[in-house]
Structure formats: structure tokens, C-alpha cells
Ligand binder design. Structure first.
Ligand code: NAD
Length: 259
């Protein structure tokens, strides 16, 4: 039933976003890829999606810290593929520091990318979805949309904000065949997690080796969530059987927030 739909997946050149793009493409969804990285590698990803899954894939390097580029990305998807039926707001970055040392520009960056970008993209995509009476908006939130950890003031604030945005837009669009949900992963082994190891070690006064163990201490399963597990949940939320699921925050965290 997803075959022939068109999706924009933000931050899909790496990690969770790339896995979601692949998961949707495997269902026959055409994909607008977005994110940063080496141009040659990105082109390989784009062309690879087309040959592996027989769909159309396009790429935009929109910088989603800028409001106009968020709206521009949705417009790009509509122009290149015909519509944006599925919007996955996934791009995000992390910064770890005690609040008194937290750089103002990192706060601004994280709020812009991890929260405001979703608002701007949703605002641009909803009119088309309403007109077609069908849409799926999936926000990659985090366990940090539901609980906090020290030294992540901007990230936790942005992710709690995404939870509120998800519920609000779900209420506004509920009678238009549009669902809006957030996925709340625990720790998933991706470059985002790998990059925070040194700063987490510094902020907590432990070794980098201890950080991995420390992260998994949050997860009762003692296992990292995989990108493919998150992608499978996103594909389910995009599907027809999920049409009554809206405004929800889906935990996929090995039991983290149950504690
Ligand atoms: P990642 O670093 O692998 O991917 C981040 C993506 O965002 C990349 O494609 C990157 O190029 C893109 N990006 C960065 N800045 C951008 C910008 N200004 N404009 C457009 N794109 C930009 O990270 P990931 O772990 O896959 O994270 C993806 C999402 O999942 C994030 O929102 C993150 O907060 C969330 N998340 C991750 C974990 C985890 O443990 N990895 C857990 C919970 C939630």
C-alpha cells in the first residue's frame, strides 16, 4: 500500500535516517534524501536506492538549521517526486556539556535542527497532505523526549519539544487522514552516539571505555537498539495498519523509560 508514495527523510545520509529511507524504499516508496556528507558517497547511496529497490531517489543538501531551507526541502520533494506523502523529521545532532559551560551557539543549533526544523517542514508539508487527505509525519524523537539525562540540556529540551509538537499536529490533522507520531529510541549505535563518547567521558570524569558500558546501563536489555529496528517501526507507522495511531510517542529503548 506504500508503493508509489513519496517521502522526505531528513538527515538520511547516515544512521537512523538512512535506515528509514532504505526501509521505506524497500516498500516501493520514492525517497528524497537529505543530510551532509561526501558528495560521491551520497550519490552512491542515492543511485544505490534506485537500483536496489526500483524506486526514484533524489537528494537535497538543505541545511535544516535554516527555516527557509526546511520549507525548501519539502518544495523540492514535491517538485521532483510529485508530492510529499510521508515526512520523516529525523536530522539531529547532540552536544554534551554541563550547563554553565554549554556554548550558546550549540544551544541555538540544537534547538534549530532538532526542534524548529520539524516545525518548518511540517508547516510546509501539511497543506499538500490535507489536500490529498493522506499523510504520515514521523518524528525521530528520543528516550530523551520522555526522560532527561544530565549535561544534555539542549538535546533534552528539543526532544521534549518534539513530543509536544507531535501531539499538537496530530490533533490538528486527525480528520484529514494524516497521522503524526514520534519514535523514541534509546541508544542506537550510530555516528551521533560514537561522537559523544569523548565529551561524555569528560563531563562524567570516566574513561571512554566506561562510557559505552555507562550508556547501556540505561537500557535494561543491555543492548544497543539497531537502526533496522527503528526503521521497521517507522515503516509500520507509515502503513495502513497504523492509521489509528496518531499523537503517540513510540518507545524503542530496551526498557529504558520503564525504569
Ligand atoms: P547520525 O549522526 O548518524 O545522522 C544525523 C543525520 O543528520 C546525518 O545525515 C547528518 O548529515 C544530518 N544532519 C546534520 N546536520 C544537519 C543539518 N544542519 N541539516 C540537514 N541534515 C543534517 O545520527 P543518528 O543517530 O542517526 O540520529 C538521527 C536522529 O535520531 C536524531 O534526531 C537523533 O537525535 C535521534 N536519536 C538517535 C539516537 C541514537 O542513539 N543514535 C537515539 C535517540 C534518538
Amino acid at each position: 500500500m506504500l508503493k508509489g508514495k513519496n517521502a522526505v527523510v531528513t538527515g538520511s545520509t547516515s544512521g537512523i535516517g538512512l535506515a528509514i529511507a532504505r526501509g521505506l524504499a524497500a516498500e516501493g516508496v520514492n525517497i528524497t534524501l537529505n543530510g551532509f556528507g561526501d558528495a560521491g558517497e551520497i550519490e552512491k547511496l542515492r543511485a544505490g536506492l534506485e537500483t536496489e529497490f526500483g524506486i526514484k531517489a533524489v537528494y537535497s543538501g538543505a541545511d535544516l538549521t535554516k527555516a527557509s531551507e526546511c520549507a525548501g526541502l519539502v518544495k523540492f520533494g514535491e517538485e521532483k517526486l510529485g508530492s510529499v506523502d510521508i515526512l520523516v523529521n529525523n536530522a539531529g545532532v547532540q552536544y554534551v556539556s554541563p550547563v554553565e559551560d554549554f556554548p550558546d551557539e550549540k544551544w541555538d543549533l540544537i534547538i534549530a535542527l532538532n526542534l524548529s526544523a520539524a516545525f518548518h517542514a511540517i508547516k510546509a508539508a501539511v497543506p499538500g497532505m490535507k489536500a490529498r487527505k493522506w499523510g504520515r509525519i514521523i518524528n525521530t524523537a528520543s528516550a530523551h523526549a520522555l526522560v532527561a539525562s544530565p549535561f544534555k540540556s539542549a538535546y533534552v529540551s528539543a526532544k521534549h519539544g518534539i513530543a509536544g509538537l507531535t501531539k499538537t499536529i496530530a490533533l490538528e490533522t486527525a480528520t484529514f487522514g494524516i497521522t503524526v507520531n514520534a519514535i523514541c529510541p534509546g541508544y542506537v549505535w550510530t555516528p551521533l552516539v560514537e561522537k559523544q563518547i569523548p565529551d561524555t567521558a569528560k563531563a562524567r570524569g570516566i574513561t571512554e571505555e566506561q562510557v559505552k558500558e555507562f550508556l547501556l546501563a540505561e537500557q535494561p536489555t543491555k543492548e544497543f537498539v539497531t537502526v533496522d529496528q527503528v526503521a521497521a517501526l517507522a515503516v509500520f507507522l507509515a502503513g495502513e495498519n497504523a492509521k489509528s495511531i496518531t499523537g503517540s510517542l513510540q518507545q524503542i529503548d530496551g526498557g529504558w523509560v520503564a525504569e
